[in-house]
Design a binder for this molecule. Sequence first.
Ligand code: DX5
Ligand code: ZN
Length: 214
Amino acid sequence: MDIKISPSMLASDYANLQTELEKCEKGGADLIHLDVMDGHFVPNISIGAPVIAAMKKVCKVPFDVHLMISDPLFYIEDFVKAGADIITFHTECDSDINATIDKIISLGCKAALAVKPNTPIEDVFPYLDKLSMVLVMTVEPGFGGQSFMESTMPKIKLLREKCPNLDIQVDGGINTDTVKIAGRAGANVFVAGSAVFKSDNPAQTIQMLKENAR
Ligand code: DX5
Ligand code: ZN
């Protein structure tokens, strides 16, 4: 399985997004993780499609858009137009899951499903044929800088046994130590916000995450 590192821009300096994106690009980031929060699905508000569209103009790394919003189906077209390459939404949302996946794929984008820490991984099983990736949240979604929940690892192990070739992403509390635990459990796509952007050398941290994940 390819190891991919996806720095979360949530922890970056929003006043200097272009510079922050360049650090990721030079550091060898495989994806750019963009956290969209609506203040309803999660108790926090972040960025929307116009900001992502602006970022897309100055970055060549594929965009991994994580929708923490109640009605993703209504907004899919906006995020595809903004430049999303992969769109991840939650099984716990209010939209029809099949209809949302189909809409993402019909617009030429890759679809992924996410589960919160307390949601059983079995909830994604009916959709696996159509998914390019599954995100197993390793914190409660909504905020950066939280602690990694090792209790979510059995879900990753189970999914990896069932799907040897699927991209399995983890998000929340990933640093150069916890990346090893998640990697051992079977994850191969790692989101890291604070670990990358609060480090003295983001490019070096991206490389270290990649090495430690192997
Ligand atoms: C949390 C977001 C994460 C967040 C991770 O709800 O989905 O992507 O940015 O931040 P860290 O890596 O700091 O835990
Ligand atoms: Zn995220």
